[in-house]
Design a protein around this ligand. Structure first.
Ligand code: ADP
Ligand code: MG
Length: 351
């Protein structure tokens, strides 16, 4: 039935707006971990420690040794659409993981969030926000960097809480996020610790790697995927037409029963991109039987102007200005590398 008078249109209040935004940005504890670790990386951290409890549902704590924030900036950090990373005039020139200024505001509206931070030359300070209610900035004790503590994620949105999986499944999703970011940033050290019930169980550890990008990545991938992967992987370093494909791609003989060892990054950002993963499959098509899958860790570097990262709330997808160029670089680049290696291998055998 049509109402006699039209319903009244009202602007939503700030807390409701943030909670709606949080629904898109923070789907589960792993998305919160991703946002917080990306913030630590954007802050130039060289070591990042992640502590979680109960699958991240009761606690996610990310500690970094990055640039920190001043007391004056703490309220801005948790305000929506406030960011230090872009000036808003050029959404096609993004060099950081973050740019929306949305993550901390969202997390503070659906959980209990405390930021403790210290910028060089400043005193440490702390701010808390819970269910969207912001507390005062207080002095704190911290030698450097930032500690972001998120407790009771989704306590303010019980419907979302019900959709979460078991602690075990949520912990696995968190570990996967950390693993991917650790592959993207081999010079940075990571630890992931499960502190459920006051215990302290190390789930993942990746020590900072030294050397140039390829050396560091090689060391990191040996740690994460195993020496079996790196010993069977080809170094990929192919510049073409303003794009640059880098990383390691395994020989066809090291194929997998699933796509679980396929990791693609665009300008260092982990993505689940159908275009790039599809190209990877096509590149190996002639070398693998249908039930086998290639293993590769690939980073496609391009001018940020040529890729739009602002198409997905969690930034998991990107849009290329020239998708065909990206696709064909992966297909022909990897094909050439793999068939060249096959040649060398068979020559060695013949010798
Ligand atoms: P975005 O990352 O898109 O800018 P966030 O809500 O994630 O938005 O963070 C807001 C701002 O808070 C950032 O732009 C940054 O200035 C600051 N910030 C957040 N986390 C950290 C951190 N770990 N170290 C230093 N500054 C941080
Ligand atoms: Mg961010």
């Amino acid at each position: 039935d049509r109402p006699a008078t039209p319903p009244v249109i009202r602007p939503l209040d700030e807390a409701a707006i943030n909670r709606i935004a949080a629904g898109e940005v923070v789907e589960r504890p792993a998305s919160a971990v991703k946002e917080l670790v990306e913030n630590a990386l954007d802050a130039g951290a060289s070591r990042i420690a992640i502590d979680i409890a109960d699958g991240g549902k009761t606690l996610i704590r990310v500690t970094d040794d990055g640039c920190g924030m001043t007391a004056a900036d703490l309220p801005l950090a948790i305000a929506r659409h406030a960011t230090s990373k872009i000036d808003g005039s050029d959404l096609l020139n993004i060099h950081s993981f973050g740019f929306r200024g949305e993550a901390l505001a969202s997390l503070g509206s659906v959980g209990r969030l405390t930021l403790t931070s210290r910028a060089q030359g400043h005193d440490a300070a702390q701010i808390s926000v819970a269910g969207g209610r912001v507390g005062d900035v207080r002095p704190a004790a911290l030698t450097r960097g930032t500690v972001v503590e998120l407790r009771d994620l989704f306590y303010a949105t019980p419907a979302r809480l019900k959709f979460l999986r078991t602690d075990r499944a949520e912990t696995q999703a968190i570990a996967e996020v950390v693993r991917r970011l650790a592959m993207a940033e081999p010079h940075v050290g990571f630890t992931l610790t499960d502190t459920t019930d006051g215990d302290s169980r190390l789930l993942f550890r990746a020590d900072p790697q030294s050397g140039d990008f390829f050396d560091a990545l090689h060391g990191r991938l040996t740690g994460i995927l195993g020496a079996d992967f790196t010993q069977n992987a080809l170094r990929i370093d192919i510049p073409r037409d303003g794009l640059h494909l880098t990383g390691y791609a395994a020989l066809p003989t090291y194929s997998r029963g699933s796509g679980a060892q396929q990791f693609v990054f665009v300008n260092g950002r982990p993505v689940l991109d159908k275009l790039l993963l599809g190209a990877l499959r096509v590149a190996y098509y002639d070398f693998l039987s249908r039930d086998r899958h290639p293993a590769a860790v690939l980073n496609l570097i391009c001018d940020p102007q040529r890729v739009d990262v602002n198409v997905h709330p969690a930034k998991a997808e990107v849009r290329f200005r020239e998708p065909d160029a990206a696709r064909s670089l992966i297909i022909t680049g990897l094909r050439t590398a793999v068939s060249g290696a096959g040649h060398r291998a068979s020559t060695t055998v013949a010798d």
